[in-house]
Design a protein around this ligand. Structure first.
Ligand SMILES: [Zn+2]
Length: 143
């Protein structure tokens, strides 16, 4: 007896075809490649957060109350899980560097726009143009 073969589906993320798992044919959405799964997970998470906007709001008060009721828990946990603590610290540092890069890019963009404005300056003659540009450079350098 021939089993019914599921119809191949197209992955919305990479465009490739895949054979969905027969029991999950309605819900099986992506081809399963790591990049496609990641995109699908991100989309599903975003959609879920849109449906449940308050789910993570006000969590800290709850956590803080729990911590107050369980003094020393955090210290014991950290002592017992040094690799987890190191991982958290690395992730925190990475987030900090990412934010710093982002801020630096904003500042660089500001600087580039100021330079472009100076380059566009035009006076009535070459002498006035040079004077305007020099004033602009001095203004940028003095902050
Ligand atoms: Zn795919």
């Amino acid at each position: 007896m021939n089993r019914p073969q599921p119809v191949k589906k197209r992955c919305p993320y990479c465009g490739g075809y895949f054979t969905p798992y027969i029991r999950a044919i309605k819900t099986h959405k992506s081809c399963g490649k790591a990049a496609c799964s990641k995109k699908q997970k991100r989309e599903a998470q975003t959609a879920w957060l849109k449906r449940n906007p308050d789910y993570f709001r006000g969590r800290y008060i709850k956590v803080k109350r729990w911590r107050d009721a369980h003094p020393g828990y955090q210290r014991k946990y950290r002592a017992a899980n040094p690799e987890q603590v190191a991982r958290d610290n690395r992730a925190r540092l990475a987030r900090w560097h990412k934010r710093k890069r982002f801020r630096t890019e904003i500042q660089d963009g500001l600087f580039r726009r100021r330079i472009a404005r100076i380059q566009d300056l035009k006076g009535t003659d070459i002498q006035e143009t040079l004077n305007l540009k020099l004033d602009g450079i001095i203004a940028v350098m003095s902050g």
